[in-house]
Ligand binder design. Structure first.
Ligand SMILES: [Zn+2]
Length: 278
């Protein structure tokens, strides 16, 4: 089970988690930006069932990277030149995560460019090189893993993300799908129900701590027949919900049977780590 342990550095994790949260709280404001997250990748991002790298991983990575590129033009080369300890954000982050890469200063030196002569283009080229050599991808994967870790337990946020995706999925026509991909949507455009892998069930069971996400019934007791657990799509497939671990919640049998094809509001009650009165 060792591979399931994540080394967490929590480097600006909450800052990014907060931005992901805010973007999802007001998707309309960010709509144009959000579109570039999935543009022309909707099938591979949203329709292939249960990728381990969930849509929340992909979305978090997109937001973090977008922020990084947005701030590149604000980099003050003068202050870098004047302060030998000053570093680019990416260099600090790489170091913090123990990812080995030449720093910007070293990169410039290899090209015989002094900091005084460096330009904004050099900053961009440096990032492009980090991308090509893989270090930037490693960093983004790590940052997104940490943001996922913090946000996965927030079902309201997951419902928002999957609600946004459902709107995009609703626009995909079956005739746009090539070959075997055609099976990913039904004739009416509804995503095809996929088998929920054991790892996804376990993740959701532990996240929801064995409790129904709607009525909070404890399903961990083994004696009651009603303790059978059901894995429910937070945004129903019929409404464009996708087969992704972030779109699942644990329900008791009664809630699951009574909901039919409707969308069931997810509970915002969570079990405390410990009780104040016991
Ligand atoms: Zn229930």
């Amino acid at each position: 089970m060792r591979e399931s342990l994540l080394r967490m550095e929590f480097y600006e994790t909450y800052y990014y988690a907060n931005i992901v949260h805010n973007v999802l709280g007001d998707t309309f404001d960010f709509l144009r930006n959000l579109h570039s997250w999935h543009e022309d990748r909707e099938v591979s991002l949203f329709l292939r069932p249960f990728p381990k790298r969930s849509v929340l991983h992909s979305f978090s990575e997109y937001v973090i990277e977008d922020l990084m590129y947005e701030t590149l033009d604000d980099v003050s080369l003068d202050s870098l030149a004047n302060n030998p300890k000053a570093e680019l954000w990416v260099d600090r982050a790489l170091k913090h995560h123990g990812i080995e890469a030449p720093g910007f200063r070293q990169w410039l030196a290899q090209r015989n460019v002094s900091l005084a002569d460096a330009s904004e283009d050099d900053v961009h080229d440096y990032h492009t090189d980090l991308r090509l050599t893989g270090e930037l991808d490693d960093l983004m994967t790590q940052l997104a893993n940490e943001v996922f870790y913090v946000l996965f337990s927030n079902r309201t946020l997951l419902a928002r993300l999957n609600g946004y995706i459902a709107g995009v999925v609703g626009e995909i026509g079956r005739d746009q799908l090539q070959g075997d991909d055609a099976l990913l949507l039904q004739k009416d455009g509804v995503p095809t129900r996929a088998y929920i892998p054991e790892w996804a069930r376990r993740a959701v069971y532990f996240r929801d701590r064995g409790m129904c996400a709607s009525c909070n019934t404890d399903l961990s007791g083994l004696v009651s027949v009603s303790s059978v657990e059901h894995y429910d799509h937070i945004i129903p497939l019929a409404e464009g919900g996708i087969n992704d671990v972030t779109n699942l919640q644990l329900l008791c049998q009664a809630c699951n049977l009574s909901k039919g094809k409707r969308r069931l509001a997810t509970s915002n009650k969570y079990q405390a780590w410990y009780s104040s009165d016991v």
